[in-house]
Design a protein around this ligand. Sequence first.
Ligand SMILES: [Fe+2]
Length: 378
Amino acid sequence: MYQPYFSADDCDIEAFKALLAQQTRAGDVPFASEIIANVPIYEVAALDLTGPERPALMAEWARVMLRGAGAIVLRGAYAQTRVLDEATEIYTAIIAEEKAQGGSSADHFAAGTNDRVWNSLQKLCLADADVFARYFGNLAIDAASEAWLGPNYQMTAQVNLVYPGGAAQQAHRDYHLGFQTAEVSAAYPAHVHDLSPVMTLQGAVAHCDMPVESGPTKLLPFSQAYRAGYAAYRLPEFAEYFDAHCVQVPLKKGDALFFSPALFHAAGANSTADVERMANLMQVGSAMGRTLENVDRLAMCKALYPVLSGTPVTPQVRAAVACAAEGYSFPTNLDRDPPVGGLVPQTQAALFLGALETGMPQSDLFAALDAQAARKRA
Ligand SMILES: [Fe+2]
């Protein structure tokens, strides 16, 4: 039967339970090194992220996020955690500075003792482009993002620092439809509910060890596949089922977690006396969607080029550029910025990478970036 819309009346807890009764078997996830509470765990050091295995690995991750448990853990996404410490120091300073200025960093889904750094992507790049290049020049994050969203994804990031005593969040889904009220969500047709989860990817990088008592993200495996889930997650019986059956995977500093934004999830309570749980949350957007945050990618490109110019264009450099520069041609102004020599106008990322490859002087690139931005303006 054709289902035009989803409302609370369309939510069936028994169908939900049947969906969640699935198990992740080792044969489903051949690249995984272990499975914890249905969530496949990948040892990044053992993966071939740039060679011939990459397409099969990305296909496995996409399958898990679409039809499997809905989440993957990348153990040791950062083999060297020094860059995380450097970023933590910068973020801690930004939090102190923003507090001193009296800024508000309210959380969407939890009350209490936490701090946020919104747009931690741009803020890190402009504070220290060298740290940014090493932090986001990360092949595991790049592969996970591309696996779910395809190329030219749009990275955004937000730091969440939860202090001891910090409350758990309520079960929810994420951006896009997960951030809307039940009423607004119900106004979007059912096929848009199917579309929303493939427009973003949710991730988190652990900046410290996160034992279960510190509150790593609570997950409900397989719940992303429940079609009416945006209408269901607020309903008391679904929220209670979440609380009774959610799982938590302890993370080590340098691990990353990625999951479908449609997965029912919630940050856990920090019941430790002394763990300040810092994660950099990544909300990665499809090239074809609107991202959560406006990011000044022109300013980031100008901060990053002096750090990267003169170095070989390695896969890590490409990953860092993918997180900084705009990788998609649209929206643009087709009067001023027509396709030249192809179907689409040149992207900021293509201009940036071309400059790196040809050793373009900084002043020439900055002029070209400014000219490109002016062509694209409405
Ligand atoms: Fe969330």
